[in-house]
Design a protein around this ligand. Structure first.
Ligand code: UD1
Length: 440
C-alpha cells in the first residue's frame, strides 16, 4: 500500500472527465446475475469495490474480465449460490447480491456484509423486503440462509428510503411472479441507472427516481450493453478541490442536475459555477465564506457522501458553517485528521461546526474511510507545504485514480507505493525509508 504526497498551496486549472459511478456499477454488477448471459458494462470505474464484485461473480461461476476498457460479465454458467464470508466482508454493498442470487437460484447463502467505518449499517430493511416477496430467511450466527421456492410480487413499504434495500427489492422483484410496488423507495440517480440497465435486459420496471417503483416480475432477462452514469460524488470531490485550492476547472461527462445541492452550497460559499449540458465549470478567486447549515439527507437532499469533501473545502472560509449528519452515526472520523492541518472543527454528536481559519499546514495523515480520505486530499491542496496521506485502501474503494484526476487540474499529487502493510505507511521508519528512496 502506498501514500499520497500532496504539495498544497497552488491554485488549480484544468479539465477532467468524471469517472463512472461506483454506486451505480456495484448494483448493476449484482444485476448481471439476472441476465443469464453476456453484459458489457462501459464507463465502469476500476475500483477496489469493483474488484471485490468481480471476485464474487467469479466465485459464483460467472466470468468477468476487462476488454477494451469495458467490463464484460457472462453469468450464463453461474453454478453456485453462496458467497463466502471473506468475500462478503470486502465491501458493504456485497449485500446487494442477495436479492439477485435469490431471484436467479431460489436460494442464497451469505454472511452479513463487512463491518463499516461509518457506524452500524443494519440490513433489516433488505431482509424485510425479501421476506415480503416470499423468501424464508434464517440467520444462523451471522450466516443468512435464504430459500424461496417461489417469489411473489407484493407491496413493499420501506420505513426509510434505503438505497441498498430499494436495489435489493428491485432485483428480487424481477424474479418474482406478478407485480411488486416498492413504496418510500430511495430516489438516488444510481437507482435510475439500475432500472435502465434492467430494462435493457428485458425487465419491466418503472418509477425509479421517484418514491414508488413498480416491477413486473417473472420475465426472462438477457444480456445487454450499458454505459454507467458519471460519479456525482467523484465530481463533488473535484469541485471541492477547486473550491479549496482556488483556480478554475471544467468537469465533463457529468449530469449537473444530480449535483444541485452541492453546487448550490459551493456557490453560496463564493464559487462561480456554470453548468451546461454535461459539463460543470467552477471558478474560485477570493476567500470563501461560511454558508447556511448543511444537512445531509436522502436524495435529492445534500448527499452524506459529499459532506466530508465540502467540509474540507470550507476549512479556510471566513466564518463558521454548521454540518448536520443525518444518515450515518459515525461520519466525522476525518475531523481529527483535518485538525492536524490546523483546521478548527468542533463535533457534538451529529453536528460539526467548522470555524474557518486563515491558513492550513501540511501534515502526516491517515484516511479514515472512503470519503474522509478524499476530504484529506481536498484539504491538503489548500494547505501550505507537503502532506502525506496514508491508508489509501479506503480511497481506492471509490476513486479510480484520485492523484491522476487532481494532477489533470494542475495539482501536485504523487502516489508513492511502499511495501509497508496497511496502517504502517505513516510510521517514522517507513517515512525514513521513503525519504531515502525519493532522494535517490
Ligand atoms: C448507499 C451508498 C452509500 C451512501 C448511502 C446513503 C452504495 C453502494 N452505497 O449505501 O455510498 O452513503 O447509500 O446515501 O450505493 N438503514 C437501516 N436498515 C437497513 C438499511 C439502511 O436502518 O436495512 C439505514 C442506514 O443505517 C442509514 C440509512 O438507512 O442510516 C441509509 O442507508 P442506505 O440508504 O441503505 O445506504 P446504503 O445503501 O448502505
Amino acid at each position: 500500500m502506498g501514500i499520497l504526497l500532496v504539495d498544497g498551496g497552488r491554485t488549480l486549472q484544468g479539465q477532467v472527465e468524471v469517472q463512472g459511478a461506483k454506486n451505480s456499477v456495484l448494483p448493476i454488477l449484482a444485476a448481471t446475475i439476472l441476465a443469464c448471459g453476456q453484459c458489457v458494462i462501459k464507463h465502469c470505474p476500476r475500483l477496489r469495490d469493483v474488484d471485490a464484485s468481480i471476485q464474487i461473480l467469479r466465485h459464483l461461476g460467472c466470468s468477468a474480465q476487462w476488454e477494451s476498457g469495458a467490463l464484460v460479465v457472462d453469468t450464463a454458467q453461474m453454478n453456485c449460490c453462496s458467497i463466502p464470508d471473506e468475500l462478503m466482508r470486502e465491501m458493504r454493498s456485497s449485500v446487494i447480491f442477495l436479492g439477485a442470487v435469490l431471484a436467479r437460484c431460489g436460494q442464497a447463502e451469505l454472511s452479513y456484509p463487512g463491518g463499516c467505518e461509518l457506524g452500524p449499517r443494519p440490513i433489516d430493511l433488505h431482509l424485510t423486503a425479501l421476506r415480503a416477496l416470499g423468501a424464508d430467511i434464517e440467520d444462523r450466527g451471522g450466516t443468512l440462509r435464504c430459500q424461496a421456492e417461489k417469489l411473489c410480487g407484493t407491496e413493499i413499504v420501506l420505513s426509510l428510503p434505503s438505497v441498498g434495500a430499494t436495489e435489493n427489492a428491485i432485483l428480487a422483484a424481477c424474479g418474482a411472479e406478478g407485480t411488486t410496488v416498492i413504496c418510500n423507495a430511495a430516489r438516488e440517480p444510481e437507482i435510475m441507472d439500475l432500472q435502465e440497465f434492467l430494462v435493457k435486459c428485458g425487465a419491466r420496471i418503472h418509477g425509479a427516481g421517484s418514491s414508488t417503483v413498480t416491477v413486473e416480475g417473472g420475465r426472462p432477462l438477457h444480456g445487454c450493453v450499458h454505459r454507467c452514469i458519471a460519479d456525482r460524488i467523484a465530481a463533488a470531490t473535484l469541485l471541492s478541490a477547486v473550491a479549496a485550492a482556488g483556480g478554475e476547472a471544467v468537469l465533463t461527462g457529468v449530469d449537473y442536475r444530480q449535483l444541485s445541492t452541492v453546487t448550490a452550497a459551493l456557490s453560496e460559499a463564493g464559487c462561480r459555477i456554470r453548468s451546461q449540458n454535461s459539463t460543470i465549470s467552477i471558478a474560485r478567486r477570493d476567500r470563501l465564506h461560511c454558508i447556511r447549515p448543511v444537512r445531509t439527507a436522502p436524495y435529492p437532499g445534500f448527499p452524506t457522501d459529499a459532506q466530508a469533501v465540502l467540509m474540507a473545502a470550507l476549512l479556510r472560509s471566513a466564518g463558521a458553517t454548521v454540518f448536520v449528519e443525518n444518515i450515518f452515526e459515525n461520519r466525522y472520523r476525518h475531523v481529527d485528521e483535518l485538525a492536524r492541518m490546523g483546521a478548527d472543527i468542533r463535533v457534538e454528536g451529529r453536528v460539526a461546526v467548522v470555524c474557518g481559519v486563515e491558513s492550513l499546514h501540511g501534515a502526516t495523515l491517515r484516511s479514515t474511510d472512503l470519503r474522509g480520505g478524499a476530504a484529506l486530499c481536498v484539504a491538503a491542496l489548500a494547505a501550505q507545504g507537503q502532506s502525506e496521506i496514508g491508508e489509501l485502501h479506503h480511497i481506492d474503494r471509490g476513486y479510480e485514480d484520485i492523484a491522476r484526476d487532481l494532477r489533470a487540474l494542475g495539482a501536485s499529487v504523487r502516489r508513492v507505493e511502499s511495501e509497508e502493510p496497511h496502517g504502517e505507511e505513516n510510521k517514522p521508519e517507513a517515512q525514513a525509508k521513503r525519504k531515502i528512496r525519493l532522494s535517490v
